[in-house]
Design a binder for this molecule. Sequence first.
Ligand code: COA
Length: 442
Amino acid sequence: MSSIKPLNGIKIIDFTHVQAGPACTQMLAWFGADVIKVERPGAGDVTRSQLRDIPDVDALYFTMLNSNKRSLTLDTKQPEGKVVLEKLIKESDVLVENFGPGALDRMGFTWERIQELNPKMIVASVKGFSDGHHYDDLKVYENVAQCAGGAASTTGFWDGPPTVSAAALGDSNTGMHLAIGILTAIIGRQQTGKGQRVACAMQDAVLNLCRVKMRDQLRLDKLGYLEEYPQYPQYPQYPQYPQYPQYPQYPQYPQYPHGTFSDVVPRGGNAGGGGQPGWVLKCKGWQTDPNAYIYFTVQGHAWAPICDAIGKPEWKTDPDYVTPKARQPHIMDIFATIEGWLADKTKFEAVDILRKFDIPCSPVLTMKELLHDPSLRASGSIVEVPHKERGSYFTVGSPIKFSDLKPEITGSPLLGEHTDEVLAELGYSKDQIGNLRESKAV
Ligand code: COA
C-alpha cells in the first residue's frame, strides 16, 4: 500500500459547515488533501455544539463529518481576517463553501476577486438551488432539499404524507456530487492551467438520485399506469386500463386504497424501483421487534429458485405465476405467501437460506447492528478514531476502497487547533499571530 495519497499536495480552504460541505471536504481529506477548515473564532461550525452527548465536547455531528482536517479560526469580516484569507487563497488549490446565498460575495470574496488573487483557484459551492433558479435566494437544509428534489413526493406510503428519507440525500449526497465536480476541475486545470467555479445545488443532487422516478413520470404520462407500483390494479390485461375507474366491476386489492393512478408518480411504499418487484417482509418476531424484516426481491430469472426456496414448486409452471407480467397483478399475494414461509425464521436465518438460492435479499439492519458488524469493522467502513477530548469515537469510514490507498481516518480537529500552525505556514511571525489574536481576527 503506497504511503503517498493521490490528493497529497492539494490544499483546500474548507469554508463549509453543517453537513453538505463538510462531507465533501472530509472525503477529499481522507484521500490526501490538506483541508483547512476555516471557522468563526469562538463559535466554529454550529455542529460542534449541536446534539451533544458529552457536555462541552465537540458533538458527534461535528466529529463524524470533519475528520482528517485542520482547524483555523478566522473572522473573515474583519480587515485583518480578510488579509489572512487572501494569503490563503493565493496558496491554495480549492475553496469549498456552503454558506447561504451571496454570503461569500458579501464577505468581499466574489469569483472575480478570487480569480484576481489566484487564477488557478477552484471555487466549489453547495447551495439549495442552482444559480438563476427562481428559488435561488432560499436557504436550504436536508429535508427541504428532499422535498424540492422529488424524493419526498415519491417516498412513503400512498395513504401517508410525503416522507423524507433518513439517508442524507440533500446534504452528504450533494457533498459527494461536489467532490466529483472538484476532482474534475482539478483534472481540467491540469489541461488549461485555469481554475473554475463548480456548483452543485442540493435540489439537483436529489433529483439526480430520483432519476428513476422521473423515468416513471415520463412512463406515466405515456401509459397512464406503472405496472410495478402497488397501485397497479388486479386486471392490467384490459387495454382500457388507463380509464380503469370506469370499470368498477374489477375489484381492487384492499391493500391499495387508491387503486388508480393520478397524473403524478405516486408513493410506492417499499416497492422495488426497477423491473424486479420487491417488498419488506415480516420475519419471526416482527410483532415485538420493529426491525424483524428482510427485503425480498423477485428477480425475473430467479423465479424457479424462489419457488423451490419457499416450498411452492407448483408455481414454476402455473401460467398465473410463470412470467413477471403474469405475477404482477398478484405480487402482494406472492409476498404474503413468502411471509408465511418466513414466520418461523429470523431475518438472519431467512437470508442464510435464501442466499443459497441466489435470491437478492438482506436483513433490515439497525444502526446498532451496523455499528457492531464485524465485516464493516474489518473493511474499515466503521472505524474507531482517537479524539483529544472524547478519548475515541466511532465513525463511518470511507465507503470507497482502493487497491493502493487505505484511507486512514484521524480525529476531527478542536476549534482553532491549527490556527498558529497555518498562520506560521503563511509566513506570520509569533508577534503577528499575537496581534491577530488580540484583534480577535483569529
Ligand atoms: N467569519 C465571518 N463571518 C462568517 C464566517 C467567518 N469565519 N463564517 C460564516 N460567516 C458568516 C457568513 O458570511 C454569513 O454572513 P451574512 O449572511 O451575514 O453575510 C453568516 O455567517 C451566516 O452564514 P450562513 O451560511 O447564511 O449561515 P446560516 O446558519 O444562516 O444558514 C444554511 C445555514 C445551511 C441554511 C445556509 O448556510 C445555506 O443555505 N447553505 C447552502 C445550502 C447548504 O449547504 N445547506 C446544507 C447545510 S447541511
